[in-house]
Design a protein around this ligand. Sequence first.
Ligand SMILES: [Ca+2]
Length: 167
Amino acid sequence: MGSLGCTFESGFCNWKKPIGATDEWRRHSGPSPSRLALPSVDHTYQNVSGYYLYAKTSIKSEGSSIIVESPVFYSDSAFCLSFWYNGNGKPIGPFIVYDYFNVIYNISGNSESVWYPVKLDISSGFNKIKFVGVKGKYSNGDIALDDIAAVPGRCSKPMIVTAFIKI
Ligand SMILES: [Ca+2]
């Protein structure tokens, strides 16, 4: 499970787009390009030199998905998967986390460019984590992700944010 961890400062670690996917999560640092609604800083360093991943969910093809996923891996203990989420701009399509085909997290809305922590309890055994940004119908809303980590045992705090209602 340790192989899940990534700050995205020097690459994608073990996270990849699915074979054959036409769209992908991208690494970015620095100010948001004008056509996008990205965070102004990453989470790791909280500055413009830090990198994060983003899914450009704002542009056309409403309902289609942009996916980054882990390899299949085996964990002999339950573990806590954590990451930081940032959704910015007009109402954006949902951001969904899967373990294989099971939805383990689903959030929609605008976090107003604030990084929010998410912690998810994952069972032991074979797992495959997938982060999915779903494209919305507006032209200015994107999803960002940073600082993925996985540690054995239960998450120390329950994950409480499931929706952003301010739009
Ligand atoms: Ca980072």
